[in-house]
Design a protein around this ligand. Structure first.
Ligand code: AMP
Length: 281
């Protein structure tokens, strides 16, 4: 894997490839790479000629400074993983490179999309995500970018960002990768004990149950049942929402003709976990 820390040298390298007609796929990450990230890299390699993975732990998207400072940083292991996946390029910029003093802050407005769920519970989070993704897109200038549907709301926000900025970057969402236990992979899982990991499988299990039960139970009752089961498993639920898969506005009655997802966020100890599932495609 070819490692770049400076935008100038990355762009010079990519421009030469683009002049030869090569397409550039981009996978932005915050590192502590796992199979979820690898699935994005593999998908990018399938459809693009050159794949850039970036690793940058973006301070502007964290709500808690402790979450930012405790975020796992495992760059040596990450480089080994990128080698193994035959990823072409690692872009590993410094804070100064991403946020030089002379860039003007942009004010983003994603309307209702950012007022629910993660947007509601993590104020400013999506503005931080939009800020860094906009900068990374400017720096990497990819043809296509790949995001995990584990962060479903983030995926919709980035699609909206790309539309608002009229960027010609194709945004692709990739399926959630899970442990054998069903637990959605996440860099933050590194902070969990074996017992906490076991407890956290309730999230996936209940979403799965919900999907089977839409004929039998009301939306409200299903939400109550999930809250009780998650609490019983020793987690603290932050929200359980069943929402339109495009607008993310909550629904109160099942409608199998309407694309619908279920979303959940819960704490196990200090670690905040999210998961979601397609209920009606
Ligand atoms: P992160 O490093 O957590 O910011 O994630 C970087 C990218 O990987 C984002 O697009 C995430 O949605 C995606 N991602 C993280 N975990 C998973 C997973 N378990 N399955 C699929 N994609 C994931």
């Amino acid at each position: 894997v070819n490692i770049f820390e400076q935008t100038n040298s990355l762009q010079a390298h990519l421009n030469a490839l683009k002049q030869n007609g090569k397409t550039v796929g981009f996978v932005p990450t915050m590192g502590a790479l796992h199979d979820g990230h690898c699935s994005l890299i593999r998908e990018a390699k399938e459809v693009c000629d050159v794949v850039v993975c970036s690793i940058f732990v973006n301070p502007t998207q964290f709500n808690e400074t402790s979450d930012f400072s405790n975020y796992p940083r495992t760059i040596d292991a990450d480089i080994d993983i990128l080698e193994r996946e035959n990823c072409d390029i690692l872009f590993h910029p410094s804070h100064k490179e991403v946020y030089p003093k002379n860039i003007a802050p942009t004010d983003f407005d994603f309307g209702k999309l950012e007022l629910v769920m993660e947007g509601e519970h993590r104020p400013g989070h999506f503005k931080g995500v939009a800020m860094v993704v906009k900068r990374l897109f400017e720096m990497v200038q990819p043809d296509q970018a790949f995001f995990g549907l584990k962060d479903y709301q983030q995926f919709l926000i980035i699609r909206e960002l790309t539309n608002q900025l009229s960027l010609s970057i194709k945004i692709t969402g990739c399926p959630i990768v899970r442990e054998n236990s069903g637990l959605a992979m996440s860099s933050r899982n590194q902070h969990l004990s074996e017992q906490q990991k076991e407890g956290a499988t309730v999230l996936h299990r209940m979403l799965h149950d919900l999907k089977q039960n839409t004929e039998k139970e009301s939306v409200a009752l299903e939400k109550q049942k999930i809250t009780a089961a998650v609490t019983q498993a020793g987690l603290e639920i932050e929200y359980i929402e069943i929402a339109d898969a495009n607008s993310l506005q909550p629904i109160s009655d099942w409608d199998s003709t309407r694309p619908t997802n279920a979303f959940i966020a819960a704490f196990t100890g200090p670690v905040r976990l999210i998961d979601n599932m397609i209920i009606f495609a």
